[in-house]
Design a protein around this ligand. Structure first.
Ligand SMILES: [Zn+2]
Length: 53
């Protein structure tokens, strides 16, 4: 008999590594950040690349 708490703990383990928001729609994804944070990270990387001397 599997403890139900273990089941929910596994579900909750899939959260954004940046903001901690649960990523329900991306549960099957390999990504560790939600879409919003991925967009922000990509944008920041883009700015950094084009602003560095
Ligand atoms: Zn996030």
């Amino acid at each position: 008999m599997t403890p139900i708490t273990t089941f929910f703990r596994n579900l909750e383990s899939k959260c954004c590594a940046a903001c901690g928001q649960t990523m329900v729609e991306q549960a099957e994804s390999y990504m560790t950040e939600c879409f919003a944070c991925q967009e922000k990270a990509t944008h920041d990387a883009y700015l950094y690349y084009h602003t560095k001397k």
